[in-house]
Design a protein around this ligand. Structure first.
Ligand SMILES: [Zn+2]
Length: 166
């Protein structure tokens, strides 16, 4: 586990906090997404209302093209299990990520996927989108599940939250 994170003392609202490692991995994936979208799972932990993302693991999708990345549950579980075997016990699955080859917000399809993720998990999970800007920089967007709000089982409530990094 990474120590020394101070959760947003000035801003107690829900947010996604990327470790330097996760940020670098997502930026690299975003830049590489010109030819093919990439994606995978986020590992980390909750700290108050912050999802701390320690790492962004890539789950290969051989069928991905420039506009579609589909996370397949089998390979994702394999990647996650392998990671958790080699890391501390505090980290776990906290959501999913994928790239956009252009500076686009989460799409209607992303929101639908997020609703399904929120319904599937008892605790808040995040979806992080790493969107490539024309200049080669990468912009992060995040959606955060709100499983404790009613009626989450039907609606899969989620909100857009800021992304910060260490
Ligand atoms: Zn998307």
């Amino acid at each position: 586990m990474t120590t020394g994170h101070e959760p947003g003392h000035a801003n107690p609202g829900p947010q996604v906090l990327l470790s330097a490692q996760a940020r670098d991995a997502l930026r690299a994936a975003g830049r590489a997404s010109r030819t093919r979208e990439r994606g995978g799972i986020l590992v980390g932990y909750m700290e108050g209302r912050t999802i701390v993302v320690e790492d962004a693991l890539t789950v290969p999708d051989p069928r991905a093209n420039r506009t579609a990345y589909v996370r397949r549950p089998g390979p994702a579980k394999e990647v996650l299990d392998n990671y958790l075997r080699h890391t501390d016990a505090l980290a776990g699955y906290v959501g999913e990520w994928h790239t956009h080859p252009e500076p686009a917000q989460p799409s209607p399809m992303d929101h639908a996927a997020m609703r399904a993720m929120t319904r599937r998990n008892q605790y808040p999970v995040a979806m992080v989108v790493a969107a490539l800007r024309p200049g080669g920089t990468v912009q992060f967007h995040a959606l955060l599940g709100q499983p404790d709000t009613w009626p989450h089982r039907l609606a899969g409530n989620h909100i857009s939250v800021p992304v910060t990094h260490t």
